[in-house]
Write a protein that binds this ligand. Structure first.
Ligand code: HEC
Ligand code: HEC
Length: 485
């Protein structure tokens, strides 16, 4: 029998042992060389036996003004570093295509924008084996995963056009003081996007050229939608607290924020380029940058999210504000004001409206989703032949919507060695959902992380990934076909 006073000593001794292990772990990162940038601001927190933790700091331990001043001071350096990465990877110049535009006449950027490594051509790369490309380190850097504008912080980053429009219309400010959106406007979808409703094709574009927001939706849709759909749309336009936009001192907006709305990103049910980090991975540097996906045509899809593969639109809608808005961290969600939507009277109404969002019309396609030879150009017809033949695209992108509703692993890690770049771990992506290609011309930038800026880039990318060995002319024809979808 151990006397109570001895028991206390045993407990103290054991806690001492545990604490010294914890301390050794926390120190490890810094003893191995340069300080780990991901841990910035988390000094003093136990990072777990693997050098980090799944959780974020919860206590607000600094006045807001001090945090903001630090972030504002760091911003130019962060932007320089990220811009250098973009300049190294891409030709960001203005090269509009002739004879074709995006919707509402916005110029369509053309040409391959991913830069070649010195000493190789696209044709040479196409003849090399993945092992060769990896061994010689000549995988074009623009084909690597694209880091978030600031990966260690992540979070919603809105393009300027969206920020300006919401400020003007609804008086909310979506500006972050720590970072700005990174890709030039010319590579984003036309803004505001057009809006087509599945039950009313006769109406055409119902947006009237406006951005639908909380202050104009009623006037625009009263009389076209049912009361249930109107309420769904209202909720999609209503802001709720989020990781960087909330009312606490732990936010990235200058004044306390009401939060952000679904359609702040999915503008008019499409997308405006707004970027984020996928909430479903740890540690932070393994999280994928994700560009907002269009909600056009969600009614014919079966998997939601690029990797999460949620099975219904209702599940995705419900989970978005509960956890995705807060990086999958249920503890910070509670602190910042999570909004759990009620399934029967909120989620279902929102989903009803989402299911009405249609792809834009494709006047050259017949009802099976193939080109009508009477309307298509010879280049588009040849491109269709390549898409279904030598290009092997239709193995995954099946008509009429050009998706197989599955996920595929493109195994890009065959082509490069893992590397940490601007605080993001560059590795293969794993399985990603086959995005539908209907309306793809109006849905840039491409791939889940917005790493490709033009359709020409996507053709060059899949030509290598699939080993197609397409000629220069075949690639051009394929681009012409993609533009017609
Ligand atoms: C930061 C901008 C942003 C906000 C705000 C936002 N989303 Fe999204 N949405 C995204 C991104 C990014 C994806 C892609 C997610 C992924 O790849 O895992 C996405 C995906 C989706 C999808 C899946 C579509 C598909 O085809 O896979 C649905 C449905 C969706 N969002 C609905 C909503 C709803 C409903 C809300 C509001 C509750 C909302 N989103 C708020 C950015 C946003
Ligand atoms: C093995 C299945 C598969 C094949 C074959 C395939 N793709 Fe894809 N495609 C995908 C997947 C998966 C994605 C999403 C990848 C990502 O986001 O990382 C995708 C994305 C795309 C996108 C971007 C869509 C968007 O909205 O961002 C385009 C364009 C595209 N593919 C064109 C093609 C072309 C052209 C071919 C033939 C040369 C082709 N694909 C062959 C699976 C495939």
């Amino acid at each position: 029998m151990i006397r109570p006073s001895n028991r206390i000593w045993i407990v103290l001794l054991m806690s001492g042992l545990i604490l010294s292990f914890v301390h050794a772990d926390a120190q490890e990162g810094s003893q191995k060389g340069a300080p780990n940038p991901y841990l910035k601001g988390t000094e003093g927190y136990y990072k777990g036996p693997r050098g980090l933790t799944s959780y974020q700091p919860i206590a607000i331990d600094q006045p807001f003004a001090a945090r903001m001043a630090q972030d504002v001071a760091a911003k130019p350096g962060i932007e320089r570093e990220h811009q250098a990465l973009l300049d190294e990877r891409y030709d960001l110049g203005d090269h509009p295509a002739r004879g074709v535009t995006m919707e509402r006449g916005k110029p369509l950027q053309q040409g391959v924008r991913v830069k070649l490594p010195s000493g190789v051509t696209w044709d040479q790369l196409a003849t090399m084996s993945p092992d060769d490309i990896r061994g010689r380190g000549v995988w074009p850097k623009g084909f690597l995963p694209l880091p978030h504008p600031f990966h260690p912080t992540g979070g919603f980053v809105f393009p300027k056009e969206e920020i300006d429009a919401i400020k003007r219309q609804d008086g909310r400010d979506l500006t972050r003081f720590d970072i700005d959106f990174d890709l030039p406007e010319r590579f984003l979808a036309a803004f505001p996007p057009a809006m087509y409703l599945t039950p009313r094709p006769d109406l055409g574009d119902v947006s009237q050229g406006k951005l639908v927001s909380l202050t104009n939706y009623f006037e625009m849709f009263n009389g076209i939608l049912t009361p249930r759909q109107l309420e769904g749309l209202r909720l999609l336009l209503t802001p709720f607290p989020q990781q960087q936009f909330n009312a606490t001192d732990d936010r990235k907006s200058e004044i306390p924020s009401q939060g952000s709305a679904c359609f702040d990103c999915h503008s008019n049910g499409h997308q405006n380029g707004t970027t984020h980090l996928a909430p479903d991975t740890r540690p932070e540097w393994f999280r994928h940058r994700i560009g907002t996906v269009s909600l056009r045509g969600v009614n014919i899809q079966r998997l939601f999210g690029s990797q999460r593969a949620l099975k219904t639109i209702e599940d995705f809608t419900e989970f978005e504000q509960r956890t995705a808005y807060f990086d999958g961290d249920i503890v910070t969600a509670a602190k910042k004001g999570v909004n759990p939507l009620e399934r029967g009277s909120q989620v279902d109404f929102m989903a009803d409206f989402e299911e009405m969002l249609d792809f834009p019309p494709a006047p050259k396609l017949d009802l099976l989703g193939k080109l009508d030879p009477a309307k298509a150009t010879p280049a588009e017809m040849r491109g269709q032949g390549i898409f279904f033949g030598k290009g092997q695209c239709a193995s995954c992108h099946q008509p009429p919507y050009y998706t197989d509703n599955l996920m595929h692993d493109l195994e890009t890690e065959r082509f490069f060695k893992p590397e940490m770049v601007n605080y993001a771990m560059e590795v293969g992506d794993g399985k990603i959902k086959t995005f539908p290609l209907r309306g793809v011309k109006d849905n840039p930038p491409y791939l889940h992380d917005e790493r490709l800026l033009t359709l020409d880039d996507t053709v060059e990318f899949f030509n290598l990934v699939l080993g197609d060995k397409l000629t220069a002319e075949e690639k051009q024809d394929l681009v012409a076909f993609l533009r017609a979808l």
